[in-house]
Design a protein. Sequence first.
Lengths: 312, 528
Amino acid sequence: MTRYILFRLLDAIPTVFLVLTLVFIAMRILPGDPALTALGPLADQAQLAIFRERMGLNDPLWLQYLKFLWDAVHLDFGTSLINDVPVRDLIIRNLPHTAYLTIVSVLMGLTVGIPLGVLAATNRNKPADHIVRLYSLIGYAIPDFYLAAVLLVVFSLKLGWFPINGAGHGFWDGLYHIILPAMTLALLKSAFLGRLTRTSLLEVLGRDFVRTARAKGASETRVVYKHGLRNALLPLSTGIGISILATLSGAVAIELIFNRPGIGRLLIDAIHERDYPVIQAGVMMFAFFVVIVNFIMDLVYVLVDPRIRMKS
Amino acid sequence: MITRRTLLGTAAAAAAVGVSAPALRAADADTLRFASSAGGPRKADPNYTTQGADNWHCTQMFEYLAAPEDGDFGKAPSDFQPWLAESWTTSDDAKTWVFTLRRGVQFHKGYGEMTADDVVHSFMRAMNDGVSTSNYINISDVTASATYEVTITLNNPDPLFLGSTIFTKNVMVVSKKAEEEKGEGFATDPIGTGPYKLDVFDTENGVFMSRHEDYWGEPANISKIECLYISDTTARTLALLSGEVDMIEGVRAPGWVPQIQNQKSDLLFDMTVPGSFNTLFFNLSKEPLQNIQVRKAIAHAINKQELVDALQPMARMVYSINPPSYPTGFELEELPEDLRYEYNPDLARELLADAGFPNGLTLPVNTSQREDYRSQHLIIQEQLRGSGINIDLTIMDHSAYHGSNRQNLNTLNINSSSLPPIPLYVYNNYAASAANMKDDSSGGANYSHYGVAMPGVDEKLEAMLQTTTFDEYVRVGREVELQIQRDLPMFGLPTLSYTVVRNPRIDLGYEVNGGYAYWRFCKASIVA
């Protein structure tokens, strides 16, 4: 098991390295001068030159790249070009918000999505199944930023039930502020997870051991939840992993629309401002997230399916 | 060995950690909340702010020696009134300015009384450091001639010194003692003399201020100010409509004002007139824009009135580079007929034919995705098509757009800047050969290469620099304006007001007519 974990961790290194390199190259290819963006279009030349020198923007690209890799290995992301704040501080301040949003929305998505999938699978081709499939279809089709705007207008502006922007103050206020953004992401996740649960469960419920369980007189609840859903967990866990990653990318739009602090909003602002160190650190954080989520899902496979454990 | 139970427990713990993530402050009732369209604050020191949104909190906390009435620019020396200086004198040659400081002005948070040393320090750092040092190269020396007296000596005369230098944010007065104590931390924890003092500078959420109880003037009515940052237009608009914020920065796009008025009819709109200059630069290094007939054809093919109508109520007509309300601006009837460039698509076609393009021409043009740039370029694209000029428009993100302009990659770029009524400042930035934009991004904002690709106005600008009276300054300035209009390296498009939408529960305490794209809240009160 330890060996398996070690191998998985080693697998992640080239992925992160590749992401870092691609981000570095992409940022330097993009038109736009960070000095000009930071100091404004009417900035004087002397100040622009000082800024470029101070931020190392005059160094040859290969030197900037080596410095960047060296600093990244030491988890030193440098200082923001725009406001001189250490990037590490920006990440530390924003990361919990994105993690919180992701966790809450995935939990909400699971809570809604899996029961919906079970409902659809156990009522195949009945009205409940049709409704769940329609819900899934809408969930697949609707963009997150559009749904966010609709929910904001209905629940915040018209009904006044939820706040429009910010992350709140303290535990309860924070919870109050996260409901609507998390619900936006959760509705989309639940559509995906509902569909996935339905398909997996239907596939399992058609197998011989389920027929045997029914023949032995097991109750339908026991058949569905104990034998069916438990065996449908493996494809479902893959779906949950994908869902978490999709939630992370969805958080970018949601943080902007709900004006919540977070890595997504930080990254978008940094891209507009050509704040290279923040972009690099932000993308690296997302890459780490992807690696960690994949790693956790690999562990979950091992737990869920003893056959994988035996092979490893 | 990780069990399912351990996994669930860990997940629950992770959720709990997430739940206790740091969060925003809540605001109380006696608070004015303003939201600008930027990602977050960068600096709170006026000498180092580089984004317009940061000027909103700086202007609440810092003050000038002299300034015009709230809600406007000073267009002539007589428009300025005492502020931190209670009086001033100038020499006949307009090169020596002596300011007598107001006594008893207290800095925030117990940093003591403002004296000449603080003022000298504020000027010296603007001249030697900060983001606009070149604005202050005309200053030869700044000395504390007495405890409450400052003498400023200039290299060249400047009859508009109060507007060109004193009323600029980099020389807003800061506490010398506080800056020496705080060092780099001063940029996010500054000390000024203004009616509000800084409480919290939060890069994620905004700048939070409270009333300066020892303020020398009339104390502020509202006890707290929150300058928030909501970059997304939808979120900002909804925050205003729901009452979560009191004022927001508007969007300068066609139809935006009527649209938001339909949502809430009692909203109030504060607009600076003229607001931002929108200047269309003809890149004289690109074929066929060297040909003045082509430039004239483009000018005649643009229907400015249509632009004004499309961008109502924010747009105002401009007939030359400076707007008519500025000292060297022209009204239409003041201009010679051949320099009015009135909309005439038939004449534009004739001029194109004379220039050797009887079948029209195509120009590649880059524009920004920002609403004001994009909408103007799109309207102009449509108008020019009517005269046989095809614009091959590429829309790019705002940084990339400015980057392409600075690398000489654009042909007909629009530059939008909120410029003060200081004609020499406008000309030095846009028309002087010293500001020529270079391919390696090292130049200034003279995107036309005026004065380099063709003779320019450098000599007239030098003459303007030597004038000692305001009347003479304006006379020479108008000659410069006419010369630019004649050479047509650039073309003034209608100005666009900087617009703030206000909830009627806030009475600003004065009317916004003009001025920079930020104003003070100390006279504001909550009326509902």
